[in-house]
Design a protein around this ligand. Structure first.
Ligand code: PRT
Ligand code: ZN
Length: 286
């Protein structure tokens, strides 16, 4: 029988759109109708399980799913034995300690003897222990940010992204204790056949990620400044140089990271580059 791998992705929530877009950008087709809990790709040996994110680490460590896409915060909190294959760069957030805005705060010893509400008792407990702080942890599953105003706890430990939820609830962020992003996780005991499929998937994910962080740059330059321009945009092996119809000018094509582009743009222009086009890359294999 031909092998197939099973991946657990969040059914609906902050991870699901980006997880499914990544799979689609890898050229993997599947049907994802509303309410569907399972789906099989029509062009890649992969089956999808649509689950709550809390359940994904457990499904992967138990081997019900071979792979999963989950927030690192959830993975570390659930403390399951799985491997992290790849950091995916989306759903970035941080787990932070926050207290009422008017409170004076100097350092983490503020929390000694205090009570904290959180949905992440393991990560918080580990952090407090590492700082030798004794604090009481109230585990609650949602709306953590209202705990101080209803007298349930003196502070909170919760996920922060823009910070607006804290602000709206009269709280201020005082310590960042964990940084998180979506990660691709795998069961630790995959068969050779399954590992071969996982490698194919990783190859595609790498190509998509490289494409996203790089741009294709085309520009025109006078021939006498080509040497300088090539040193600024060296490309993958070296840039492509094509003669323009106008004597003494060339078109230079290269690939570079977006940051590199912005760092070098002034120097490129100073060297005589003009008609600069920056084009997105869909996939990149090097
Ligand atoms: O239903 P299911 O259990 O699957 O989903 P869920 O409700 O438990 O999780 P979901 O979809 O909200 O989040 C999934 C994952 O996205 C989290 O585990 C994080 O890894 C990541 N993530 C990224 C976030 C946020 N950003 C985020 N802002 N998860 C939650 N939030 C919440 C946070 O809890 C707080 O209430 O957003 C609020 C803070 O946002 P700001 O922008 O106001 O600071
Ligand atoms: Zn959840």
């Amino acid at each position: 029988m031909n092998s197939i791998i099973r991946i657990a992705v969040q059914k609906s929530g902050r991870l699901s759109d980006d997880s499914l877009s990544l799979i689609k950008e890898c050229g993997i087709k599947f049907y994802n109708g509303t309410g569907k809990l399972k789906s099989t790709s029509t062009n890649f040996p992969i089956e999808f399980l649509f689950l709550r994110d809390d359940d994904i680490p457990g499904y992967v460590s138990d081997g019900v799913a071979d792979l999963g896409i989950v927030g690192e915060n959830e993975l570390v909190e659930k403390d399951r034995e799985v491997g992290i294959l790849k950091r995916l760069g989306f759903s970035k957030c941080r787990l932070s300690l926050a207290i009422p805005k008017g409170e004076h705060y100097e350092n983490v010893s503020y929390f000694e003897g205090k009570s904290l509400a959180t949905s992440y008792p393991k990560i918080l407990g580990d952090y407090l222990r590492s700082k030798n702080i004794n604090a009481e942890i109230h585990e609650i599953s949602g709306s953590v940010e209202i705990a101080p105003s209803i007298g349930l706890a003196e502070g909170i430990c919760d996920i922060v992204s823009s910070g607006s939820t804290l602000m709206m609830n009269g709280l201020k962020e005082v310590e960042e204790i964990f940084k998180s992003e979506a990660v691709l996780i795998a069961n630790k005991f995959l068969s050779e056949e399954k590992l071969a499929i996982v490698d194919k998937l990783l190859f595609r994910i790498n190509a998509v990620q490289k494409g996203k962080s790089n741009k294709y740059v085309l520009l025109n330059a006078p021939n006498e400044s080509l040497e300088k321009i090539i040193s600024l945009i060296p490309g993958m092996r070296s840039p492509t140089i094509l003669p323009l119809a106008q004597e003494g000018w060339s078109s230079v094509h290269s690939v570079l990271s977006e940051d590199q582009f912005w760092e070098n743009i002034e120097e490129l222009r100073a060297a005589g580059a003009e008609g600069i086009l920056v084009v997105p890359i869909e996939k990149m294999v090097i």
